[in-house]
Design a protein around this ligand. Structure first.
Ligand SMILES: [Zn+2]
Length: 223
């Protein structure tokens, strides 16, 4: 097969998500797709950055928390620059704890995030998953949306609000994935027959969801 992004021939394989998202004991049956030399460049620093942001996000499972305490902290130790870019612009915020009986409001710390960097990693992952699932490239540009990353004002992103609304109507989402504690994904068909018009939901550590929306009348992949 050709590369998951372009027409060039296979040079290597790309993991989706990158291996660093998985604790070492959960690296079975990982999803890979063929990629050319150009699209197999080393993006491990970006992948680690995004993994750390997700693992630090409130509401993830024990796997995320343990993985954060071991791998993520280790990556910070090896790369103080990564810690600095991950945690700059801290601010005190409050959240309601759904796990506590009273729905207590608790203080925590919010981080300024590099959303463009996160979106780029997510788009690569989305194109790879589409190629894996349908054996053809996703011929659309993609928008990202998530309820789990907030603007500095602590409002959800505009797509995040849309997602909160549509989740009430979608009901059970048919997730698939061989390591559900770490990663699951689901393609949702729209009314269109065109496979390119699907929405992709990527779910990390049973808590953090990133939704990928195809932009009508565009051609992809564009990372
Ligand atoms: Zn390529």
């Amino acid at each position: 097969m050709a590369c998951y992004i372009c027409d060039k021939e296979k040079f290597s394989v790309e993991h989706a998500p990158a291996k660093c998202f998985f604790p070492k004991d959960k690296r079975v049956n990982l999803i890979t797709v063929d990629s050319c030399k150009e699209h197999n460049e080393d993006t491990s620093k970006d992948d680690e950055y995004v993994r750390n942001i997700i693992a630090m996000t409130i509401g993830n499972n024990d796997v995320a928390i343990n993985h954060f305490l071991t791998q993520c902290l280790k990556s910070f130790k090896h790369s103080p620059g990564l810690l600095k870019t991950t945690t700059k612009e801290q601010q005190q915020v409050f959240y309601s704890d759904n796990n506590s009986a009273k729905g207590e409001i608790k203080p925590t710390v919010a981080f300024g995030i590099d959303r463009l960097r996160i979106d780029q990693v997510m788009r690569k992952m989305a194109y790879a998953l589409y190629y894996h699932k349908f054996n053809e490239r996703w011929n659309r540009e993609l928008n990202t949306g998530t309820e789990h990353l907030r603007e500095k004002s602590m409002k959800a992103d505009p797509m995040g609000l849309l997602i909160q609304e549509s989740k009430k109507e979608i009901g059970e989402i048919p997730f698939e994935g061989t390591n559900p504690e770490v990663f699951q994904y689901a393609f949702l068909r729209s009314e269109s027959e065109d496979l390119n018009e699907q929405i992709l939901i990527m779910k990390f550590y049973e808590g953090f969801e990133m939704w990928m929306f195809p932009i009508p009348n565009t051609n992809g992949p564009v990372i």
